[in-house]
Design a protein around this ligand. Structure first.
Ligand code: ARG
Length: 562
């Protein structure tokens, strides 16, 4: 909560930082005693006084000069208890939202700091499948969250565009494919060729050698092979960008694995110089400790690996962006890979090794078994978006037949539901994705939040212009929890950034929506008496604004009508 920070700043205890005090502040279950309390037991040892004494002394000190938003500061049994003036808090919070509008929740704590976020990182000529959903939307949300806090964010799509598979693709294309097919079928056509290659290679081993030979040609810059490789890349990116557009995602860099082709050798040389690169059955590895297998960097045939390119990429990013943090938003299956790569950089003595962070997340599978990837069928993310939009359309045509731009709203609701559904759990959890669940208008879902936003909007439209200066904030005593949630938006954004956890923002949006809907049932707004009406309208405005800002951080539209 925002007020917690205000409170922490009032409490001065020798040798204890404001941050520590902030972390100890609690909200008592029984709000009758206090809105916020500080247990003083932890300080007893350091101060050589009893907790009761400490709390008493602090209460006396703070009460001498009580700020306006506090009603009282008292001590009880070693607890320091604060009670807010709900009226002042409501006034201060709602007027701040009104003033800051779309900027509400922003801060400058990240000013001057750079954070690289490696996310989505799709593979060229392979389906942009549902497995990339989480990386894409978690990375996108974290980018916006850090930007909102003033950080300089470098979003990087570390494309999977290197490896023998591209040699195989060329062989398959030359044997069985043609331009018209790829033009029409896009990545699906490319993927089909790839699958065919593997079927044929089972029967004819020599195809694999041919594939390797063609990859060598790409590496050596043979114009024909390179042109085909670039063509595959273009086709794949065109499709990926279609999805990114719908998800509201943009990148600062598309430097993928191929970009590091000529940047690996210097790192390998450095490792050799330090005596860290050792031979192992013809291959070159770095021993990264007893708890992990060695990190393989050069195969016995001289080929480099995924890890080799990640090492080169880390150096390149540090040199180019001088990041304060570099995050890798990648599924937990790659835990070992990142532990190995980070360890190699640590062994090289780079102080910034500690700034590399793997932001892991769980698996997404579809509840609807017909599209299970386990049955060998690939679930294209674009198809998932299309299905969600189609279902949203059915609901909207039925629920709001008079709505003007139903198709546009269906796109916003359907896509939003998919994004929100992928973000709303702790990221490390595996999720089973179900259309019915994410599109349930009455659940803890995106449509529910969007619908509440639209409801707040229509209320404000009906009210027309109103004079906020007439608001009687004492009328909002019974909306204290809602006001507190609105006040805590900025802290929720900071916590989401600290923990790299966008679900903190989805949680707050759902909470605000739920509290407002309840408030709306229990309290008349439009025909309340003067003063009360203005206060409630200001509250409605703040709800609408916070929901809009929260959704926009997640990359989701907030339609005014639904
Ligand atoms: N392309 C990889 C995949 O689809 C993810 C790359 C993640 N980023 C990285 N720097 N390794 O699994």
């Amino acid at each position: 909560m925002n007020d917690n920070r205000l409170i922490a700043s009032l409490i001065h205890i020798d040798g204890i930082s404001e941050e520590e005090i902030l972390s100890l502040l609690t909200q008592p279950k029984d709000l009758g005693y206090a809105d916020v309390a500080l247990p003083c037991f932890r300080f007893a040892k350091a101060l050589r006084r009893s907790p009761v004494d400490i709390a008493n002394a602090l209460a006396e000190e703070i009460s001498k000069d009580l700020p306006p938003f506090l009603l009282s500061c008292t001590a009880l049994n070693g607890y320091l208890n604060f009670k807010f003036s709900r009226e002042d808090m409501a006034k201060q919070t709602l007027l701040t939202v009104l003033k800051q509008g779309d900027d509400y929740g922003a801060s400058e704590i990240g000013k001057g700091k750079t954070i690289c976020i490696d996310y989505s990182s799709v593979n060229i000529a392979k389906p942009f499948h549902i497995g990339h959903l989480s990386s894409t939307v978690i990375g996108g949300a974290l980018s916006r969250i850090f930007k909102k806090l003033g950080y300089n964010v470098v979003g990087i799509n570390h494309l999977g565009d290197w490896g023998t598979q591209f040699g195989k693709m060329i062989v398959a294309y030359k044997k069985w494919g043609d331009n018209a097919d790829v033009e029409k079928g896009g990545v699906k056509a490319l993927h089909k060729l790839y699958v065919k290659f593997h079927q044929e290679a089972e029967k004819d081993e020599s195809l694999n050698d041919l594939g390797r030979e063609y990859f060598k040609r790409i590496e050596d810059g043979d114009p024909e092979s390179l042109a085909l490789f670039e063509r595959f890349k273009e086709v794949s990116l065109k499709e990926a960008n279609r999805v990114y557009d719908r998800l509201g995602i943009t990148f600062e860099s598309y430097n993928g694995e191929s970009f590091y082709n000529d940047k690996m050798q210097p790192v390998l040389d450095l490792l050799k110089e330090r005596g860290l690169l050792v031979d192992s059955e013809g291959a070159k590895v770095v021993n990264v400790g007893d708890d992990m297998p060695p990190c393989l960097l050069v195969r016995s045939d001289g080929a480099t690996l995924y890890a080799t390119r990640d090492l080169a990429a880390a150096y390149y990013r540090k040199n180019t962006y001088d990041f304060d943090k570099c995050l890798y938003v990648v599924a937990y299956q790659q835990n070992l890979h990142f532990r190995q790569v980070f360890k190699v950089i640590e062994l090289l003595g780079e102080p910034w090794a500690k700034d590399l962070e793997h932001i892991a997340f769980g698996m997404v599978s579809l509840a609807d078994g017909t599209m299970s990837s386990r049955q060998g069928k690939v679930v294209y993310l674009e198809d998932v978006l299309n299905s969600a939009v189609q279902k949203a359309k059915e609901i909207i045509y039925q629920k709001s037949p008079d709505l003007e731009n139903k198709d546009e709203i269906a796109e916003q609701v359907g896509v939003g539901a998919v994004i929100f559904g992928a973000l709303q759990n702790n990221r490390i959890k595996d999720i089973t994705f179900s259309y019915d669940k994410v599109l349930n208008f009455d659940g803890e879902t995106c449509p529910y939040v969007q619908y509440t936003h639209a409801r707040a909007n229509s209320l404000l439209e009906k009210a027309g212009e109103f004079d906020g200066a007439k608001a009687d904030f004492s009328a909002l005593e019974n909306a204290h929890e809602l006001v507190s949630a609105i006040a805590s938006f900025g802290d929720a954004i900071k916590a989401a950034a600290d923990k790299r956890e966008p679900s903190i923002v989805t949680r707050l949006a759902v909470d605000v929506a739920e509290m407002f809907n309840k408030y709306y049932i229990d309290n008349r707004i439009l025909n309340a008496e003067q003063g009360v009406k203005e206060a409630r309208l200001l509250l409605t405005f703040a709800v609408k604004q916070v929901l809009k800002n929260a959704l926009s951080l997640l990359g989701i539209a907030a339609p005014n009508k639904m």
